[in-house]
Design a protein around this ligand. Structure first.
Ligand code: DGJ
Length: 730
């Protein structure tokens, strides 16, 4: 057997190629110098198919760890690939044809992919073929050694003369010996996205995914496989992050001998992707990372991966403007003058940008009409958008605009002119979501038309920021442009259409900051972050709910990508009132902003906002580049929630604490810091929060801060916040 080895700073990823060209997966774990093929035992196993490779009964792909398993070769576990021939036969038998490794990280045409400087990454391509059915598969591996990351993608090509149908094509499949393992996924719902859920991987198939057209609020295309007992600071764990914003699946299952198969890729539900001779299907990229030091380190790797190797453009690493968005303050009910007033008040508080949300176009005074008509409602604004944006710029602020390009109301000029541009099944009443239909973005002419209309608006005004929303799940997946419908193909091409829209926006407006959004966090994935370096995290802006949402989000995504704002109280979503200081502390662990009417703030609150804006600007390097630590109860079930950021040299840290339920005669809780230098003395600067009578020293060693920690001040009431900056003493 020949071996193919990929090496990162702390990990080894290894494959074996048998004499007959079978591609085995021999290892992914802590760095080792060996040929790990020795560990692959293959005794004779009854009821496990034996391929005719000239070997004995002990050779069965049903029991071996495989690199890209297919149906049809005697492996009865979940395949990564299944292909059907024109006569309806399922299965394929892939053999390695060649492989090649070179400097630099591959890119994927029309799809997001991790990027890196040529010297910081390498690419391995393994070509496999099934000559009988005319199928070629290229497995791509992008290696980022400094981040212990291996990225994977597969291209499936019909090189024969007969049509093929791909019924399942995942991007990455990992067979791991050892274990037992836990799968950590991030399910949720609208308004409560990405809440970690951990369960042991057993023989029952564990599977999460989306068939909603977007990656969804309900499931997230990021998952972790961890050894039992792996915690924040210890243990072996791996992550998979799918750089794709549409339907996906993530599956894990133990086989009969306890080996775990873990896979991620395009959802195979109703997939059926036809491949005519010469056609290919590119399976989007899965970025995997490995940590032998627990979940916190795995998160740090993913944060750097997204921030430095997924996000692109001038805003990827730059501090984002502190913005104010009018949505929670006004809904659809605003005038140009009201927006200007918000801007004027906000400018006085140090806020840097105004974002005009939904309702500025067409007959859009509610959610029943106007969507799709990207023509400024000058009557409502009392002038042109250019006039409004220039007035706002006159206040020294930037101007941003909300769009929802993939959607249409039936009550719109666009729909009246082009009813066939919406996804609807002929003869059926369509499923509506928020009173709207989904435009067929699998059709380039539809994308073109919407793009041109939106650009016309943007060109005529001074717009430096776009918030791109998407407010319903897809249904009625019928494209009026094709005769033979394919759910999988239309859904996939829809996502490609969305990506092409975004890519063209970026090309045309290279300085534009684009924020992704999907009814809050319904499309919060690394695929979107390739185009939009920040994504609105959730429509739930209650600070205490956000502690949970942002805590869950932190496993896979950096704070610099988390759209989070301070909103008014009582909170519009849940009616809770939380102190402005607490709302600020929570919102600062993301791209900071406000979502309220500043005219309603008291003078004292205005002073708090002014200070928050200044603090945020100062803290940005720590928040964006620091290592993020989960320090307690971000699931919302405890006396306090705490998290922190530590600068890469451990010279500075930010410690955020929020008290949760108030209790009578409660014991003292301690927040133990992480990631500090034990030998360094840190000065403690309390940015906000009352001491509760507890006198804290102004200096403490990293050793004390990590061993004992900071006692959470006991202040009557709930939902108080404290924010400390720790700075290494001279
Ligand atoms: C859903 C978004 O998440 C909100 O922030 C807001 O933009 C509304 N859509 C507007 O319709």
């Amino acid at each position: 057997m020949k071996t193919i080895t990929l090496t990162t700073d702390h990990a080894t990823y290894q494959m074996g190629v048998t004499d007959a060209g079978r591609l085995l997966h021999t290892y992914f774990g802590p760095r080792v110098p060996d040929d790990m093929g020795y560990a692959i035992a293959s005794p004779d196993r009854p009821f496990s198919g034996n391929p005719a490779d000239g070997l004995d009964l002990a050779f069965s792909l049903d029991v071996l760890p495989l690199e890209y398993p297919t149906y049809g070769v005697g492996d009865y576990r979940r395949a990564a690939l299944d292909v059907r021939t024109a006569d309806g036969t399922d299965g394929c038998d892939l053999r390695v044809v060649s492989w090649d490794q070179h400097e630099g990280k591959y890119a994927l045409d029309g799809l997001p992919a991790v990027h890196a400087a040529a010297a910081d990454a390498s690419t391995l391509e393994v070509k496999l073929a099934d000559e009988l059915i005319g199928l070629e598969v290229t497995l791509r591996y992008g290696v980022i050694p400094g981040l212990d990351a291996i990225c994977r993608s597969a291209t499936v090509t019909n090189v024969g003369t007969e049509p093929l149908v791909v019924s399942r094509a995942l991007s990455a499949s990992l067979d791991l010996v050892g274990g037992p393992y836990d799968l950590i996924t991030f399910p949720g719902r609208y308004g409560m996205e990405r809440i970690p859920e951990r369960s042991a991987v057993g023989h029952a198939l564990a599977s999460v995914g989306s068939i909603r057209g977007a990656s969804s609020h309900q499931a997230n295309p990021f998952a972790i496989l961890a050894e039992h007992g792996c915690d924040e600071d210890h243990g072996t764990c791996w992550s998979m992050s799918f750089l794709y914003s549409g339907n996906f699946t993530c599956e894990a299952q133990q086989d009969q001998f306890g080996m775990t198969r873990w896979a991620m890729g395009l959802s195979d539900q109703m997939f059926e992707y036809p491949l005519a001779p010469g056609e290919s299907l590119v399976c989007p990229e899965v970025a995997m990372a490995f940590s032998a030091d627990g979940l916190a380190h795995l998160s740090h790797l993913n944060h750097r991966l997204v921030r430095e190797h997924v996000c692109r453009g001038p805003w990827a690493l730059r501090r984002r403007p502190v913005l104010i968005n009018n949505w929670e303050a006004t809904g659809f009910d605003f005038t140009g003058e009201k927006i200007y007033d918000i801007a004027r008040e906000a400018a006085d508080l140090g806020i840097e940008m105004v974002v005009l949300d939904d309702g500025w176009f067409g007959a859009r005074d509610g959610d029943r009409a106007g969507l799709g008509d990207w023509v400024v409602n000058e009557g409502k604004l009392g002038g042109t958008l250019g006039e409004l944006s220039r007035r706002i710029e006159g206040l020294g602020m930037g101007f941003g605009l909300w769009i929802e390009p993939e959607m249409v109301n039936e009550d719109s000029d666009l729909y009246r002119a082009h009813p066939d541009w919406a996804l609807t099944v002929p003869g059926r009443e369509p499923i509506r979501g928020r009173n709207q239909l989904v435009l067929d973005f699998s059709r380039p002419e539809v994308v073109d038309a919407v793009f041109e209309a939106i650009c016309k608006v943007v060109d005529a005004a001074h717009v430096s920021y776009l918030k791109m929303d998407c407010n319903r799940s897809m249904a009625d997946v019928y494209s009026h442009a094709v005769v033979h419908q394919s759910f999988g193909k239309t859904m996939y091409r829809f996502v490609l259409g969305t990506y092409s829209f975004l890519e063209r926006l970026i090309e045309r407006y290279p300085q534009m900051l684009i924020e992704g959004c999907c009814g809050g966090g319904g499309r919060f994935d690394a695929g979107m972050m390739y185009y939009t370096p920040q994504v609105w995290c959730s429509d739930d802006t209650d600070a205490i709910e956000r502690v949970r949402i942002q805590g869950g989000t932190s496993y896979g995504y950096p704070a610099s990508a988390v759209g989070s704002h301070v909103s008014a109280v009582p909170n519009a979503q849940i009616g809770r009132s939380v102190d402005l200081e607490t709302r600020g502390v929570v919102a600062m662990s993301g791209t900071f902003g406000y979502e309220l009417d500043p005219a309603r703030l008291t003078d004292a609150e205005c002073d708090v906002v002014r200070r928050q804006v200044v603090d945020y600007k100062r803290l940005w390097p720590l928040i964006a580049e620091g290592d993020y630590y989960r320090l307690g109860a971000q699931d919302g079930h405890g006396d306090f929630a705490a998290w922190g950021f530590v600068s890469p040299d451990a010279g500075q840290a930010l410690l955020d604490v929020v008290s949760l339920d108030a209790r009578c005669n409660a014991p003292v809780s301690y927040v133990r810091c992480k990631g500090l230098d034990p030998a360094v003395v840190y000065s403690l600067e309390l940015l906000c929060g009352e001491g509760g009578g507890q006198a804290m020293p102004t200096e403490l060693s990293g050793a004390a801060l990590m061993a004992c920690g900071v006692p959470v001040p006991q202040v009557p009431g709930e939902y108080h916040a404290w924010q400390w900056v720790l700075s290494a003493r001279g």
